[in-house]
Design a protein around this ligand. Structure first.
Ligand code: SF4
Ligand code: SF4
Ligand code: SF4
Length: 245
């Protein structure tokens, strides 16, 4: 619970911050369940950030003007784990009864959502963080019949991320052919996080100070080839979350 005094103090600082011009341009991925009027409701208390068991939530800094101190997700650093934990059997289990960020939000800026895969997979619009899009031209699975990390790691596998697009015949395919179903993708960013098609892997050939993990080494040669042949203007990783509109 937040005291009346703290509430007033925070309301004043929110009002003050709103006077600062917003020069923040980047896409902002909000926690799952953020309401349409999220900015009007969020009092920048940081309780959702503290409650997240995976440190998936960060606070925007003062350079973002009126958006400062509001929570966001950077899936390339830490995606949202939907408050699930994967067991040794490969199955996810909820770590709490409710998604923690919505459970603790004192103003309802983030909706309280039951932590249940069936509920999550129904994805009412306001629960969406965003939607992932996949670029087949630079996807290792589509180009080299390799990888499939996004498919295996998606918490809503076979719903949000499927192996093979529906109604499409693909000649000679043996491995995974990931396909994002926008209706079920919640935008948690796990696929972004695990996708090895990343800039620093391509640069590591020229820049010896960049150290790759064994996981990245596994895909490095293919990633360099793909990014090189795709040319300038390609957006990485091969699968990335676009913001909820
Ligand atoms: S749903 Fe859970 S893991 Fe995701 S941002 Fe909220 S508290 Fe963190
Ligand atoms: S963002 Fe990626 S990992 Fe998350 S639900 Fe969508 S397809 Fe699955
Ligand atoms: S993780 Fe990236 S490269 Fe691998 S299959 Fe998915 S989109 Fe393709």
């Amino acid at each position: 619970m937040i005291s009346r005094r703290d509430f007033l103090k925070r309301s004043i600082s929110v009002w003050f911050l709103s006077l600062i011009p917003v020069n923040f341009q980047g896409p902002v991925l909000r926690p799952p369940g953020a309401r349409r009027d999220f900015l009007a409701r969020c009092i920048r208390c940081g309780q959702c950030i503290e409650a997240c068991p995976y440190d998936s939530l960060r606070a925007l800094d003062v350079t973002s003007g009126g958006l400062a101190h509001t929570p966001y997700i950077d899936p390339l650093k830490t995606p949202c784990y939907l408050c699930q934990q994967r067991g040794p059997d490969g199955k996810d289990r909820p770590v709490s009864h409710w998604l923690r960020c919505g459970e603790v939000c004192p103003t309802g800026a983030i909706r309280k959502i039951r932590n249940d895969k069936e509920v999550l997979a129904r994805v009412p619009y306001e629960m969406k963080i965003g939607t992932s899009v996949l670029d087949r031209r630079i996807c290792l699975a589509w180009q080299y019949d390799s990888c499939g990390e996004c498919y295996y790691n998606c918490p809503l596998r076979d719903k949000a991320l499927r192996d093979y697009p529906p109604n499409e015949v693909i000649e000679g395919a043996t491995g995974i052919r990931p396909y994002v179903d926008p209706e079920f993708c919640i935008g948690c960013g796990m696929c972004n996080y695990v996708c090895p098609v990343k800039e620093h892997i391509a640069r590591s050939m020229m820049d010896r100070s960049i150290k790759l993990t064994w996981f990245e080494e596994r895909y490095a040669a293919m990633v360099r080839n793909l990014i090189g042949s795709a040319g300038k203007g390609v957006r990485l990783p091969a699968i990335r979350v676009t913001m909820r509109i």
